[in-house]
Design a protein around this ligand. Sequence first.
Ligand SMILES: Nc1ncnc2c1ncn2[C@@H]1O[C@H](COP(=O)(O)OP(=O)(O)OP(=O)(O)O)[C@@H](O)[C@H]1O
Ligand SMILES: [Mg+2]
Length: 263
Amino acid sequence: MFLIQINQVSKRYENGFQALHATTLTINSGEFTVILGPSGAGKSTLLRMLNGLETPSNGEIWIGDRQLTAKSRRSIRAKVGMVFQQFNLVGRLNVMTNVLTGRLHHRSWWESLLYLFPKKDYDIAHWALARVDLTEKAWNRASRLSGGQQQRVAIARALAQQPAVILADEPVASLDPVTSEEIMELLLEICKNDGVTVIASLHQVELAMRFADRIIGIKQGQVVFDGTPTELVTEQSTLQIIYRREDGGTDEDPNLEVAVVHS
Ligand SMILES: Nc1ncnc2c1ncn2[C@@H]1O[C@H](COP(=O)(O)OP(=O)(O)OP(=O)(O)O)[C@@H](O)[C@H]1O
Ligand SMILES: [Mg+2]
């Protein structure tokens, strides 16, 4: 069953830069999709359009049976959780309040202004915090937590939205390798156990190979690969294409990373 349809979507920024060329993709419900590509490939541009944070220059985006438009954006966004590289928590607020802000999508503007939350929202926030195993940090200031813990709070905030999909833009780019694994595990678990479709952008081939059901490789605003991790390994040339720099070098050594995966 498809959840998201991207039909001929492109993005040209106001300064004339074409960040995404016409792209057509279908994302299936319950799948863990990784958008893989080097810096500047257009990963954030694509994810931000799926959440209505950027408007496509052309094309259509459908979430379920609803088209994403200026009018539908607010109610669609309520069902789309976002996780960012820099966590984007409010550092001076406690963990619980940060998680509760995930409920704001379901509240009126004046309730949000006053940070007024009904008991139901607290129950959901408690559940979300338990889900990421941070119940004991509920009343700590968010800024006091470690990076990995802060990202778990951000995931709990997304979960508190009771989303159909979580978009994670480089969720582990600011974390050490061990913590990165934990966060990827958590996202995978949420995808498989809670039935939340996850689309995460990454630039590490190795993590994409380990966690993704499907990898969409993009480079310079174009999809250059779309398949399973196994297909990516058998298409070594594709990895070269994704990571080959214009000057002939590579941004990373994908062969080396793939070798590590299989050793
Ligand atoms: N608001 C903007 N105006 C003009 N150009 C932009 C804007 N935002 C992004 N770009 C350009 O679009 C291209 C794609 O950017 P994007 O942020 O989507 O890449 P990315 O794959 O997420 O990169 P990274 O891995 O560094 O986060 C880049 O060349 C970037 O400089
Ligand atoms: Mg980005």
